[in-house]
Design a protein around this ligand. Structure first.
Ligand SMILES: [Zn+2]
Ligand SMILES: [Zn+2]
Length: 248
């Protein structure tokens, strides 16, 4: 299994999981053209696109995916937030805690805690094992067993945010919004501590804030806490990495 990050930021999120036979797209916050370019204009393996929530940086381009005949799997809230009436055949409404088969992927959505309805996803595939995808949430009330890889938002750090507020770079009101909508790095660590990570090969930090994060520090903190490979995605940096059930 190859994991691709084509962009991971408040300007646009889009990731892909690519197995021998299937591709599952996660989020449609970037133009379909970027997916086409990453796949040498061959979309024949793309089985569907999962969308966590209605915000532009995750759902801004779903129309293009549907127009290309790619089914989009998401909540009623997302499909109700845009005029997609002519594209109904490509809408797949998914409900929390049910399992859906998309190609050889098995996907279970579950609700997370954002300022609009938002899903996290538990994704299983024979090549990768079980992947947890968690973004745009300030904590997670679910626990999971048997995880092999974790894609988790590490949006901001309290102390970087504080420095930005003091220097006037970021408005004070931003803190109130972030506290109840996005994952702060120490809360990410607290949450990871609650999980059984014995079979986890990779932790991928996603959706780092442009202003209020510190990538090097986040990587160091996670490495210090957990003896697991950790990488961070970037705003417009393309990342491609192997995500298999055995690391070697
Ligand atoms: Zn977002
Ligand atoms: Zn959001």
């Amino acid at each position: 299994m190859t994991f691709h990050s084509l962009g991971s930021a408040s300007s646009g999120n889009l990731y892909m999981l690519e197995s021998d036979k299937d591709i599952l797209v996660l989020e449609a916050g970037l133009p379909l053209l970027q997916v086409k370019k990453a796949l040498d204009f061959d979309l024949s393996k793309v089985r569907g696109t999962l969308i966590s929530h209605r915000h532009r940086d995750h759902a801004g381009h779903i129309k293009e995916f549907m127009q290309a005949g790619i089914p989009v799997y998401s909540s009623d809230d997302v499909f109700g937030s845009q005029d997609l009436s002519s594209l109904r055949p490509w809408q797949r409404v998914i409900e929390p805690e049910k399992t859906y088969k998309i190609g050889e992927f098995r996907v279970m959505p579950f609700p997370v805690l954002h300022d609009v309805p938002c899903y996290g996803f538990l994704i299983n595939h024979p090549e990768s094992g079980t992947i947890l995808f968690l973004t745009d949430t300030y904590t997670c009330e679910y626990s999971f067993e048997g995880l092999n890889h974790i894609l988790i938002e590490a949006n901001y750090s309290d102390h970087v945010l504080e420095e930005n507020i003091i220097s006037g770079r970021v408005a004070k009101s931003m803190r109130d919004r972030l506290m109840f909508s996005h994952f702060e790095i120490s809360k990410v660590i607290d949450y990871l501590e609650t999980l059984n990570l014995s079979k986890v090969s990779n932790i991928v930090l996603i959706h780092l804030s442009d202003d209020n994060s510190n990538e090097d520090e986040f990587l160091r903190l996670i490495k210090e806490e957990f003896a697991i490979n950790v990488v961070a995605t970037g705003k417009s940096r393309v990342l491609k990495m192997e995500m298999n059930i055995t690391p070697y």
